[in-house]
Design a protein around this ligand. Structure first.
Ligand SMILES: O=C(O)[C@H]1NCC[C@@H]1O
Length: 352
C-alpha cells in the first residue's frame, strides 16, 4: 500500500480460478508480524480487517470476491506465505485462491519460472503446500498443489435445521473446516438457476453446525470455525465424479432469523472443500488412493483431486490430497482510498 498525501493506492492482480475470483496482493509491502504463519493469520485478523473489507466489498469488490495476501514465508524453505481473505474473514488456506496467487506470481515473473515445470512451496497457517505449475508459453497452464492433510471429524452427524428438518452432515477439514451434506437432503438442485436457494440452505446449515459442533485444528487450535458449507451430489456431465456448490458467508447468520440466511456460492469446484469431500469418501471406503476425483462446480468448471496417501494428524486419520486446476488473470488494478471517502471499509447491501 503506497501513501500519496491523503490517498492510498493498493496494487493487486485480479485472477479467477475455475470461475472463482481472487484479488491477489503481491507487492503490498504490508508489515504482517508473527514468527509463524499461524501468528500472521491472527495478526491479519486483529489489524487488517479494514483492508480486507475495503478490497472485497463494494464499491471496489463484490459479494463473491475473495483475495490473497502474498507475504514473505515464515518457514525459510517456502517461496512465499499466503493468507486468504474471504467475505467471512481471513482464512488459513484456499484452493482457488492459492491457484490465483500462483498464477499471478508465475505469469508476472514475480517468482523464478522454469518451463515446462515450476515448483514452489507455499507457507500457510495450517502447514506447507507444495505446488507444481505446468508452464506453457509463460502461462500457468495447470496448477497442482499437494494440500495439507485432510480429515473427516464426523460422518453423517444429524443436524436439526429450522425449516429444513434433520440433515445428515459430514464435518471435515480440507484446509478449512466444512459442513458437507447431500443437496437433495436440503431439497435444492445443484443448478445455477437455484443459486439463491443453495446459498440460503448452505448458510443456515453452516450456522447450525458452527453452533452445535466445536472444531479445532490439531496444529493450529485457533483455526476453530466451520467456515463454509458444501452441498454435493451426482453430476450429469460425462467424466465428472460429482458436482458441488460451496456457500461462503457474507454476513452474520442467525439460525433463528431466516432474513439472515444468505451467502455467496463458490464459482469454482472449491479446492479445500473437495479435499474435505475426498477425505469423507475415503473414510467411507468410497474413494481409493490414486484415483482421480473430478469435481464440478455449478458453472461446469472442474478441479481434479487425487488422494496420494494417508497419515495421522493429532487423533485424526488423514489423507494427503492433491488438487489440479487453472487460473486466468483478468485485471491489473490499483485500488484507491481517498481520505475523504465515506466508505473506507466498503459496504454490503442485501440486494446482491
Ligand atoms: O477453493 C477453495 O478452497 C475455496 N474457494 C473459495 C472458498 C474456498 O476457500
Amino acid at each position: 500500500m503506497a501513501a500519496h498525501s491523503d490517498t492510498y493506492r493498493i496494487d493487486a492482480i485480479d485472477v479467477h480460478a475455475a470461475g472463482e475470483p481472487g484479488r491477489v496482493l503481491v507487492g503490498s509491502h504490508l508489515h504482517v508480524k508473527g514468527a509463524t504463519m499461524a501468528e500472521r493469520l491472527r495478526y491479519c485478523e486483529a489489524h487488517l480487517d479494514g483492508l480486507r473489507r475495503l478490497l472485497l466489498r463494494e464499491p471496489r469488490g463484490h459479494p463473491a470476491l475473495c483475495g490473497v495476501l502474498v507475504l514473505p514465508p515464515a518457514d525459510p524453505s517456502a517461496d512465499f506465505g499466503l493468507v486468504v481473505m474471504e467475505q467471512g474473514g481471513f482464512r488459513p488456506m484456499s484452493g482457488s485462491n492459492l491457484i490465483c496467487a500462483v498464477t499471478a506470481l508465475v505469469e508476472t515473473g514475480a517468482v523464478p519460472v522454469t518451463a515446462p515445470v515450476t515448483e514452489l512451496t507455499v507457507d500457510t497457517a495450517v502447514g506447507l503446500v507444495r505446488v507444481r505449475v505446468d508452464v506453457e508459453g509463460g502461462r500457468a497452464a495447470q496448477v497442482t498443489f499437494a494440500n495439507v492433510p485432510a480429515f473427516a471429524v464426523a460422518l453423517d452427524h444429524v443436524l436439526e435445521l429450522p425449516e429444513y428438518g434433520p440433515v445428515p452432515a459430514d464435518i471435515v477439514f480440507g484446509g478449512q473446516f466444512y459442513v458437507q451434506a447431500r443437496a437433495t437432503d436440503l431439497g435444492v438442485p445443484l443448478e445455477p438457476s437455484a443459486a439463491k436457494e443453495i446459498a440460503r440452505a448452505g448458510a443456515v446449515l453452516r450456522a447450525v453446525a458452527q453452533q452445535q459442533f466445536p472444531v479445532s485444528h490439531p496444529l493450529n487450535p485457533a483455526v476453530d470455525r466451520i467456515a463454509l458449507t458444501m452441498l454435493h451430489g451426482p453430476s450429469p456431465t460425462p467424466g465428472a465424479s460429482g458436482r458441488n456448490a460451496v456457500v461462503l458467508p457474507n454476513g452474520e447468520v442467525d439460525p433463528a432469523d431466516p432474513a439472515t440466511w444468505t451467502g455467496t456460492l463458490d464459482r469454482s469446484p472449491c479446492g479445500t472443500g473437495t479435499c474435505g469431500r475426498m477425505a469423507a469418501l475415503h473414510a467411507r471406503g468410497q474413494l481409493p488412493l490414486n484415483t482421480p476425483f473430478v469435481h464440478e462446480s455449478v458453472l461446469g468448471t472442474t478441479f481434479t483431486g487425487t488422494l496420494l496417501g494417508t497419515t495421522t494428524l493429532g487423533d485424526h486419520q488423514a489423507v494427503l490430497p492433491t488438487i489440479s486446476g487453472r487460473g486466468w488473470i483478468t485485471a491489473f488494478g490499483q485500488y484507491v482510498l481517498d481520505e475523504t471517502d465515506p466508505f473506507p471499509h466498503g459496504y454490503t447491501l442485501g440486494d446482491l
